[in-house]
Design a protein around this ligand. Structure first.
Ligand code: NAD
Ligand code: ZN
Length: 352
């Protein structure tokens, strides 16, 4: 197939490009080389031989129209990522992620491109799945600053206030985006679903969990926690762990995310026309942020993590995934477990 990969110069996109190229697809990359991701004076990406390069923005309709010529499917990775600096970033996030996706889908509708794989995100769930011994599955609301200030990080049962047991979230869990970025990632899915309904197209949203691996951006306000810890250790400093380090996440290696994209493109014909099918992309084996910091620090021979008790209001306590659906539907399984992937990451190159 001829595939257009948007955001193909980014951390995950560049691994997706390699994976698609390796299995024999013809690949075209479109990326705006946003300063937030690539710095003020970005160089064009180094791409595998035969991969076409377009330096353009997904919001630029004419550039997108041109990039879609002859394309069978779009793999949409382009987005502004992370929590950002503060609410002042909101218009930029919505412009890139929501407006950008709308322009891309409108161009796909006009060009008759019938298939999209979207880089979705677990952030759309908000807090993960929780069970109360008395009330069964419950949905805790946003945590209160007063609780967090007092070191009460676990969200209590919204009905009886008792402690909850965290579990694995599946794709049918209701969405509950807790910050601007999460809101835009949910909007992208809704737009892709509306496009599919309207055009009879097929879409898959791959809801990535916490992706790490070579080429991950360094410590910017937009970087993931693994890169922040890794950058601190590279400076000889202890990684600063928010809350008490007990936050549970699913850390999935970027090469596994890339092969999930290849598998999803192959499986698109099985998606009923006119629909979007979401999948969690994760290992299914949760770890805590504290474990991550400790394993990185040990591997780097650096100072032990510092548990700060500080917090960010938009963060959720636990979010970990059930991977039952992707294992049922796609011939995909993650190949890099936490206990080998994280030590390797401790020494792999970061971007910039
Ligand atoms: N990193 C994670 O843990 C994670 C988790 C869940 C979902 N995702 C999603 O995966 C995708 C890739 O993220 P990443 O971590 O590789 O980030 P990244 O910043 O490294 O890559 C994103 C790329 O998109 C490009 N881009 C952004 N806006 C654009 C626009 N308007 N037009 C053209 N190009 C544009 C950027 O220049 C960049 O190269 C994003 O959609 C993100 O929401 C990432
Ligand atoms: Zn209860």
């Amino acid at each position: 197939m001829q595939i257009l990969v948007t955001g193909g110069a980014g951390f995950i996109g560049s691994h997706v490009v390699t994976a698609l190229h390796t299995v024999g697809h013809r690949v075209r990359v479109l990326d705006a080389l946003l300063p937030a991701a690539h710095g003020p004076d970005p160089a064009p990406p180094v791409l595998p031989d035969g991969v076409e390069w377009r330096h353009a923005d997904v919001r630029d309709r004419a550039a997108v129209d041109a990039a879609l010529l002859g394309v069978d499917a779009v793999c949409h990775q382009a987005a502004m990522v992370g929590l950002g600096k503060d609410f002042a970033d909101a218009p930029d996030y919505t412009s890139c992620n929501v407006h950008g996706t709308a322009v891309l889908l409108a161009a796909m509708a006009a060009a008759g491109v019938p298939s999209m794989v979207l880089a979705g995100s677990m952030v759309i769930y908000g807090e993960g799945r929780y069970e109360c011994p008395r009330h069964g599955v419950v949905r805790p609301g946003p945590r209160l600053a007063a609780d967090l200030d007092a070191g009460r990080f676990e969200p209590p049962c919204p009905r009886c206030g008792q402690p909850l047991a965290p579990g694995l979230v599946d794709e049918d869990a209701p969405a509950d985006p807790r910050n601007v970025y999460a809101t835009t990632k949910l909007a992208q899915e809704h737009l892709a679903a509306a496009w599919a309904r309207d055009t009879g197209g097929r879409a898959v949203s791959l809801r990535y969990h916490n992706v790490y691996g070579p080429g991950m951006p360094r410590d910017t306000p937009y970087a993931g926690v693994a890169a922040l810890f890794r950058s601190a250790l590279a400076r000889g400093e202890a990684p600063d762990v928010y809350e008490d380090g007990g936050q549970r996440r699913d850390f999935v290696h970027v090469t596994d995310v890339a092969t999930a994209n290849a598998a999803a493109l192959d499986a698109l014909p099985d998606v009923p026309p006119g629909t979007l099918r979401p999948y969690n992309v994760a290992t299914g084996a949760p770890h805590t942020v504290g474990e991550l910091a400790t394993l990185l620090a040990t591997t780097c021979g650096g100072p032990a993590p510092r548990i700060t008790g500080a917090y960010r209001l938009g963060d959720v306590r636990h979010i970990t995934a059930s991977t039952a659906r992707i294992h049922t539907d796609l011939p995909w399984a993650p190949q890099v477990p936490f206990h080998t992937g994280i030590p390797a990451f401790a020494h792999s190159p970061l971007r910039r």
